[in-house]
Design a protein. Structure first.
Length: 214
């Protein structure tokens, strides 16, 4: 009885080996190819993440240096740095555009700043921030209204409202309407609903307008 059982076990084992060999002959190449694809995909994923991180670090360094150049009044060199980062397809490009738009406004170039804000609004790259795009859309609309000579943005207690009024004041400054610009900035600086940082920025903008009152 035990001999018969042993024979059946050997036959079963032989069949299993034979079936396994047939399986390997039929699908072995596919299995190997699949394993190779998994290894390559993992390696590419690791490489790509490292590549993105390296690029972001490089662009961050360029952005910081461009901002320093802008603060030093070297706007031409700063613009080159901002534009280099803007070629990126990641969210850091939005920051570069915002910084360059701010520099253009300080130079009295609201039309160019408006163009940049519109580009940010339509930005669809990786890391696109909805809040920043909305902010850019608001600024673009405010500059468009100012250039069209429409009524100034209504005052309010929100940070975005204050920024909109500041942009309008800068547009008025460019037109030589310094008193109107100062009045708008005075209202922002004295608005109790805004933060101290907003008051300070409005005061700095106001004091930078020529023809300030004593």
């Amino acid at each position: 009885m035990s001999e018969d059982l042993s024979i059946f076990q050997e036959i079963d084992e032989a069949l299993r080996v034979d079936n396994f060999e047939k399986f390997l002959r039929s699908y072995g190449k596919l299995i190997i190819a699949g394993c190779i694809c998994i290894v390559l995909a993992t390696a590419f994923s690791v490489f790509w993440k490292g590549h993105v991180k390296e690029n972001n670090l490089k662009d961050t360094d360029i952005l910081i240096r461009a901002d320093e150049l802008s603060q030093s009044g070297k706007n031409v060199e700063a613009a080159q740095g901002f534009k280099e980062v803007e070629q990126n397809t990641y969210g850091i490009a939005i920051i570069a555009k915002l910084e360059r738009a701010k520099m253009l406004l300080a130079e009295g170039k609201p039309a160019e700043a408006e163009t940049l804000y519109k580009e940010i609004t339509n930005f669809t790259g990786s890391g696109s921030d909805e809040a920043l795009r909305s902010f850019a859309a608001l600024n673009a609309a405010a500059l468009a209204d100012a250039s069209a000579g429409e009524q100034k943005p209504s005052s309010g207690g929100s940070v975005f409202s204050a920024m909109t009024q500041e942009l309008y004041a800068l547009a008025l400054k460019k037109e030589g309407k310094t008193k109107e610009a100062r009045d708008i900035l005075d209202n922002i600086a004295s608005n109790p609903e805004l933060l101290i940082s907003e008051h300070k920025r409005a005061e700095e903008l106001r004091d930078g307008i020529k023809g300030k009152q004593p």
